[in-house]
Design a binder for this molecule. Structure first.
Ligand SMILES: O=P(O)(O)O[C@H]1[C@H](O)[C@@H](O)[C@H](O)[C@H](O)[C@@H]1OP(=O)(O)O
Length: 894
């Protein structure tokens, strides 16, 4: 109790907060002097293992370990050990440091345990450290029999978040003190506003943290902390999307049924299409039901990538944040999202991926569409858009018309004017959306084909739809197909909408002015209607009574147009679906799968980026004025199956341009009220991101008012492994070249619109002074230069994305092995370019991160083994800087 009290007292009064409080993280870095190796003249390959003994639990838990420092009696470990805030649990907790000598560091066989010999150990309790003078402890390092003192351990505390110059000096070697092991314990505080950091717990789970200390060019120490987390959006976004896919397809079936009576030819096609949609819906419902049963971790491991029920879930999605603390500098952090390439692994890659399959299918559709009418993808997109406008605008117009009548009833002239203004605006929008040649031609086609189609024998009195238990279709709803079709009819019906609106306007004017309608208006209004308006107008009478017939007429005209437009557009979609069966529907499902994985990753990246930039006014301005770049780096090879993955990924990433984000105010700060919500349909989705009230209030008013926030997805791919060597020498790399060139153009045009709309001060400051324009210029040259494994493309694209405040993603097949090499390389490059990492430490830093950092933990999480799945042959093909250190790779069952 006394120790607890002391711990608490430090919490309240000291500048360093107690280790026992729940809000800080504790880290330590060991340092050894004059170690005695297990062989006489051999210098040891030392590593320190840290274990924790909880006195209440009474057992030892191995917690973490440092990297191996080869052949040194005075090893200085760069990898620290970190304890999350709730760990160690109490001041009585004991921490045991054990130093080992590693003998066969480069073993290939992963199942063989590491051969080590014990050198010495020391134990301290957290309370000892809390009571220690100057927050430091000096302990003896003992041999296995506990008799021989083989060194000394120094344990000290540093607050990483408030590190001043000199704070870290005592970590450096004190060469005077022979036989010493030094351990620095650091306390790490979160700097985000409390409600923001608490909110991110709603989606980021199971953090893995690693700490390092590296020397800068001027021999100072920087502290580096990596944090990798899972994201609950891995599952929640696909679940929501599946739900929306099902709803959309059900709606489509209903629209097809609403087409009413059709000629036998079209009716048969309709039945087939409805049947196929039904199968897709059933499959999606089954998948959704299976997903709803899943509990446990919030990521899909690489080994489950081809599991049927998990096909909508992104592979191995994790966030990773590197935070850097340097003396006299504010902390900086760098985020990346790592995810397996969005691809349809369950469906396989035999015929290639989406990009190839879709263009092949489009070509085939044109040539084989003998049963139905070929409509281009643009036409079908237009049809979807018209259907959407109809569904959206008709109820709006109807509501506004009612408002107008209400204002008339209240004799409110200002109310009348106001309602009329909005009603006129929406009606014009409606006419504009529907006055399309496609509607006219589809109506004609529907009629013409209806007459030509051969009627299969029909039972008298039988209506389509009855056999599947649906209500019989109403005959009066259908386009008459045996009547002479009047081509001008469509033009007349939508023109009637305009005319009837003009009558309403004229009447409102009349009511206001209480005088005869002037000549100008007479010209716009059909004579008969005008006569009716004039004769029925009674200045003394009820305004509502006078307006009502005109408003009713307007609604009828609108309804008339809607019926026709809906049928015409549903007919277009029926043709599209009928021409596509069955391949088109398989492709649709494939696209749904790939898009779901891509959207889950994007939503995760967006949320992470938003929370990180919540206090950055420049970033928020950029966000609502232009939007954000989402830059995907991919390391897939343009050979064999990975070509198919890349073809899937290309479409999946490009489809993300149909997504916008919206920030809303959460009902409560409860984690379930902070979950992003997806709304929309396949041609456009909005992801609503609720923020806690306090955070929401600080946002610019444009964002608070619900402005749609755009994202600009870009993809750059450079294959780096042995498969890419084959592709480079004997295969085809045109896919990669095309992707890089096309996406460079997107990135370049994003930069141009950003420079037009947002002052450059809004962008983050970087040490590297190279102008963004120059970086883009160099990238532009690189994407057209023929150079094998030109990873500079990836480095430049990544740098540009960070300079543009964008969202960084790194990807390969599983986001496990190659991705880990790339992420660690990028982190070290940032330390070098932005934080003056000493060049002698560059490779050491890289090796530390790859050997003991978050990424090896990612491998462990995926395949339960701490080895990157590379063999020597594969690694020979890698650009050198992408090769992991000895002993960290091998043949594994991945
Ligand atoms: O994470 P990846 O780099 O996609 O993992 C690859 C690895 O690069 C390769 O060397 C190995 O042979 C496997 O194919 C890995 O993929 P898994 O999906 O099997 O983890």
């Amino acid at each position: 109790t006394q120790l607890r009290e002391e711990g608490r007292e430090k919490t309240l009064t000291g500048s360093h907060v107690s280790l026992t409080t729940g809000s800080q993280e504790t880290s330590c870095f060991p340092e050894c002097r004059d170690l005695i190796g297990s062989g006489r003249d051999r210098k040891p390959n030392a590593l320190v293992q840290v274990a924790v003994i909880d006195p209440r639990e009474q057992y030892l838990v191995s917690h973490a370990c440092t990297e191996i420092v080869e052949g040194s009696r005075d090893p200085l470990f760069l990898t620290g050990v970190t304890f999350p805030p709730e760990y160690p649990a109490s001041p009585e907790t004991l921490v045991k440091l054990t130093v080992y000598d590693v003998r066969d560091k480069a073993r290939d066989n992963v199942s063989k345990p590491l051969s080590v010999s014990f050198l010495g150990s020391a134990t301290f309790s957290v309370s000892d450290l809390l009571r220690s003078k100057d927050d430091q402890l000096t302990l003896n390092l003992r041999s296995s029999d506990g008799v021989l003192a083989v060194g000394t351990v120094l344990v000290s505390r540093v607050n990483m978040g408030e590190m001043e110059e000199g704070d870290m000096d005592h970590i450096t070697a004190d060469v005077q003190q022979a036989q010493k092991v030094r351990t620095c314990v650091c306390v790490y505080e979160s700097r985000s506003p409390p409600d923001v950091s608490a909110s991110t717990n709603a989606f980021f789970k199971n953090p893995v943290c690693k700490v390092y200390k590296f020397q800068t060019v001027d021999s100072k120490w920087m502290l580096v902390r990596e944090q990798m987390e899972e994201c609950t959006l891995s599952f929640s976004i696909p679940r929501q999307l599946l739900h929306l896919y099902i709803q959309e397809d059900m709606r489509r079936i209903q629209e097809l049924r609403d087409l009413g009576e059709l000629s036998p030819h079209w009716d048969n096609l309709r039945k087939e299409v409805i049947g196929r949609y039904g199968q897709v819906i059933a499959a999606y419902q089954e998948t959704l039901a299976e997903l709803n049963k899943i509990t446990g971790p919030s990521f899909k491991p690489s080994c489950s990538k081809a599991q049927r029920y998990l096909e909508f879930i992104p592979i191995n999605l994790h966030t990773q944040r590197m935070r850097v603390t340097c003396p006299r500098q504010t902390d900086a952090f760098y985020d990346v999202i790592t995810v397996g390439a969005p691809a349809a692994h369950f469906q396989g890659f035999k015929g290639g991926g989406l990009q190839r399959l879709l263009s092949r299918h489009e070509a085939e559709k044109k040539s084989t569409a003998y049963q139905c009418i070929y409509y281009s993808p643009e036409h079908t997109a237009k049809a979807q858009e018209v259907l959407h406008s109809v569904g959206h605008l008709q109820p709006l117009i109807s509501g506004l018309a009612d408002q107008l009548l209400q204002a008339a009833q209240q004799h409110s002239m200002s109310g009348l004017r106001e309602a009329l203004k909005t009603l006129a605006g929406k009606t014009e929008q409606f006419v504009h959306a529907l006055k399309d040649e496609l509607v006219k031609s589809a109506l004609l086609a529907l009629h013409a084909r209806g007459q030509q189609g051969q009627s299969p024998p029909q039972n008298p009195g039988h209506s389509p739809g009855q056999e599947d238990g649906q209500a019989p279709l109403k005959r009066q709803d259908s386009i008459p197909c045996h009547k002479e079709y009047d081509e001008e009819e469509w033009d007349r019906v939508w023109a009637d909408v305009a005319k009837s609106l003009n009558c309403v306007i004229a009447m409102v004017d009349k009511l206001q002015e209480q005088e005869p309608i002037n000549n100008n208006q007479e010209q716009l209004i059909p004579k008969q209607v005008l006569a009716d308006v004039i004769t029925s107008h009674n200045p003394e009478g009820d305004w509502r009574e006078q307006l009502c017939p005109l408003v009713v007429r307007l609604k009828e005209c609108v309804a008339e147009v809607v019926v026709r437009a809906r049928r015409a557009m549903t007919f277009v979609l029926l043709q599209e679906a009928a021409c596509s069966i069955p391949q088109g529907l398989f492709l649709k499902q494939r696209r749904d799968v790939v898009f779901s994985q891509a959207l889950a990753a994007l939503a995760c990246g967006f949320v992470m980026r938003l929370y990180a930039g919540m206090e950055d006014k420049g970033f928020l301005k950029q966000l609502h004025q232009v939007g954000l770049v989402a830059q995907f780096e991919s390391l897939l090879s343009t050979y064999s199956e990975e070509i198919g993955m890349l073809e899937d990924m290309e479409v999946g990433i490009s489809d993300l341009h149909r997504v916008a984000f919206k920030i809303t105010q959460a009902k409560t700060d409860n984690p379930c009220d902070l979950q992003p919500v997806v709304i929309g349909r396949r041609d456009h989705y909005t992801v609503e991101v609720p923020l806690p009230r306090l955070a929401f209030q600080t946002l610019p008013h444009e964002i608070k008012e619900g402005k749609a926030l755009q994202v600009y997805p870009v993809l750059f791919n450079v294959g780096i492994n042995e498969q890419q060597t084959i592709a480079d020498r004997f295969g085809d790399i045109s896919l990669q070249e095309r992707i890089n060139q096309r996406n460079f153009e997107i990135l370049d045009s994003y930069y141009k619109s950003l420079s037009d709309k947002v002052p450059s001060e809004c962008l983050p400051c970087f040490q590297t002074q190279t102008d963004l324009k120059d970086l883009l210029g160099t990238l532009g040259q690189n994407v057209v230069t023929k150079k094998r494994k030109n990873v500079e493309i990836l480095w430049l694209a990544g740098t540009i994305c960070r300079r543009l405040n964008g969202i960084r993603f790194t990807s390969c097949k599983s986001a496990k092995d190659r991705t880990s090499m790339s992420v660690t390389l990028e982190q070290c490059a940032l330390l070098r370019d932005e934080h003056q990492l000493n060049k002698d430490y560059f490779i050491r830093a890289l090796d530390c991160m790859r050997r003991e950092g978050c990424r090896i933990e990612n491998v462990q999480k995926n395949i339960k083994c701490r080895k990157y799945a590379f063999n020597m042959l594969q690694l020979m093909a890698f650009p050198k800087i992408y090769r992991p250190p000895e002993g960290t790779y091998g043949k594994v069952d991945s």
